[in-house]
Write a protein that binds this ligand. Structure first.
Ligand code: B12
Ligand code: SF4
Length: 497
């Protein structure tokens, strides 16, 4: 294939007609995909035609058949998909149907999953897997489409040679200065992302740094961006914020960096810049516990930060050790002391369902959650562990629990995470946990959702407030849960009659 101005199509394949990704429909909120933004911008600036379609965008959804019809109409020379572990299987199924009808292009997989398992997409119909960050790779692939570059010379790709043998080209050196990444050309995205209704509800993602130096044993974020913390310059970030705020009318953003506040000084510079340039965005970020100085908190608040997600994940000492979270408990506790007076809304991520989980380990987390709710009105976001390939946790346990081997390719394990928490995953019980432990994890989920005492209103407040201490204790929460489910059962029965 030799084309001077090839047409590149980037797609998020249809999941809605599989009963997945329905959180887009439920929350009526969707943001442009950053990977397609960066790669599409580069391709466009090199003179290629670029189309980006997210089939799961609630304002313009596509079923499998509709997307195939659209592709047959567009006739692209390159189809690129971002493949995640959770939805890899559906991507492969989609590709199988699509390839029966359309063969005049190269099919390219990229993203977190091909970065760590690059052979898998090739054995399911893709022609090339792009490993890790791909801004430079895409330039070279365009060179290939133009007939000027050979695949053997493109670093960080895995592909078939002419003898159908899988070739892994060497890894590309990681770019240290992230300013090589272009300003995203948002005109390439569906204009409906910037419609009033979507803008009001959506936090648009912004990436200010890449790479996380921590090596939590369940996470493979290093698979794409490595373990070295690399940053965009403050000037470069502010320019992007100004662009999306002033040109596209975006009101809320989320810094989706793995560790936005790692360098407090730099984060303060970003906050200062937002204030000086009058960039009135409300914004949020992820952080570890105990990573934000009082000065940074102050600047975050002044520059519009209204949300922090703390990746505490667990407080049981054995679990903290086994997942390699190095934050000591006193630092975790201090986080609540420090964040509460700032008035910034915050949430704590808690993870359960580890292979070594016991009633006692879950209980330690329940006690922690209830105490923080009573004392600080803290909010929690519970998640069930989903083992990710190539992580230490997966590799350490796959022999003992062979059920987790390639679990993402098993249809029976596909669950829609409308609440993004993965409570449904508990049903899968990958690690054969005892029924008592499962029950305890369900209680933990319930406790995360009990409203904090001072936020209760009306009758709830009158009933619960005097017994504050009791209902936010383990026994009290258990009783609340029994009352809640009995009430639900009774109303369901009454509705049936
Ligand atoms: C923001 C975010 C989301 C947002 C997405 C918002 C949006 N509109 O894009 C939401 C909340 C919707 C989301 C959902 C999910 N997410 Co998420 N998410 C992230 C987060 C924090 C940032 C993603 C991002 O924008 N990165 C910036 C871009 C530039 O990076 P990138 O996507 O990796 O792209 C680069 C390369 O991978 C590559 N590339 C990517 N795609 C392609 C495609 C082609 C063709 C090519 C050539 C190259 C290429 O080039 C890009 C530029 O260098 C990451 C964490 C992280 N460190 O990235 C997790 C992360 C990507 N998510 C993850 C997961 C598991 C999910 C869910 C499956 C969760 C769930 N259970 O439902 C869903 C699936 C979403 C889907 N597409 O189906 C995991 C992926 C793990 C894995 N191995 O698959 C991550 C790594 C978090 C983690 N540490 O576990 N997510
Ligand atoms: S879980 Fe968060 S802190 Fe841990 S390695 Fe992954 S991105 Fe870094």
């Amino acid at each position: 294939m030799k084309k001077e101005n090839p047409h590149l199509l980037f797609i998020n394949y249809p999941l809605l007609d599989k009963g997945l990704a329905s959180h887009n429909l439920v929350y009526k909120s969707a943001s442009p995909n950053l990977a397609f933004g960066y790669l599409g911008t580069i391709a466009h600036s090199l003179g290629c035609k670029v189309t980006i379609i997210d089939a799961n965008f609630y304002l313009r959804p596509y079923t499998t058949d509709q997307l195939i019809d659209k592709i047959l109409e567009l006739k692209p020379d390159f189809i690129g998909c971002s493949v995640f572990m959770d939805n890899a299987l559906w991507g492969y199924e989609f590709l199988k149907i699509l390839k029966e009808q359309y063969k005049d292009c190269i099919y390219v997989a990229g993203g977190p999953h091909p970065s760590i398992l690059p052979e898998e997409p090739l054995s399911h119909g893709f022609d090339i897997s792009c490993r890790k960050e791909s801004e430079i790779t895409i330039e070279e692939l365009i060179g290939f489409l133009r007939g000027k570059v050979e695949l053997k010379d493109i670093k960080s790709i895995t592909y078939f040679d002419e003898n159908k043998k899988i070739i892994h080209n060497p890894d590309r050196e990681i770019e240290k200065n992230l300013d090589f990444v272009p300003m995203i050309n948002y005109d390439l995205f569906d204009t409906l992302y910037f419609s009033k209704e979507n803008i009001e509800r959506t936090k648009f993602p912004v990436f200010a740094s890449r790479g996380c130096p921590n090596k939590c044993t369940y996470c493979n974020s290093y698979g794409v961006f490595g373990t070295r913390f690399r940053t965009r310059s403050v000037e470069n970030i502010l320019e992007e914020l100004e662009l999306i705020h002033k040109k596209y009318g975006v009101k809320k953003i989320n810094f989706v960096d793995d560790y936005f506040v790692l360098n407090n000084r730099r984060a303060i510079e970003i906050c200062k810049g937002m204030i000086e340039r009058d960039i009135k965005l409300s914004w949020g970020c992820y952080s570890k516990a105990g990573a934000i100085s009082p000065e940074l908190f102050d600047m975050m608040k002044k520059s519009g930060c209204d949300h922090i997600a703390y990746g505490v994940e667990n407080v049981y000492p054995k679990t903290l050790k086994l997942i390699n979270k190095k934050t000591p408990l006193d630092k975790i506790n201090a986080t609540y002391e420090d964040t509460n007076p700032t008035g910034i809304d915050y949430k704590t991520n808690i993870m359960a369902g580890f292979p070594w989980e016991t009633v006692q380990s879950v209980r330690a987390n329940i006690d922690f959650i209830l105490e923080k709710k009573r004392k600080y009105e803290a909010n929690f976001n519970p998640v069930v562990l989903y083992p990710v390939p190539k992580t230490k946790l997966y590799e350490d346990w796959v022999d003992k629990f062979p059920i987790i081997k390639d679990h993402w390719l098993n249809k029976e394990f596909m669950i829609d995470n409308t609440d993004l928490s993965g409570e449904g995953r508990m049903k899968l019980n990958f690690f054969n946990l005892d029924e008592k432990v499962i029950k305890e994890i369900r209680l933990l989920f319930f406790c995360c959702r009990i409203p904090s005492v001072n936020r209760l209103t009306g009758i709830n407040y009158i009933v619960l407030y005097p017994f504050n201490k009791f209902f936010y204790s383990y026994q009290g929460a258990k009783l609340l849960r029994t009352i809640y489910y009995s009430f639900k059962k009774i109303t369901a029965l009454l509705q049936k009659q």
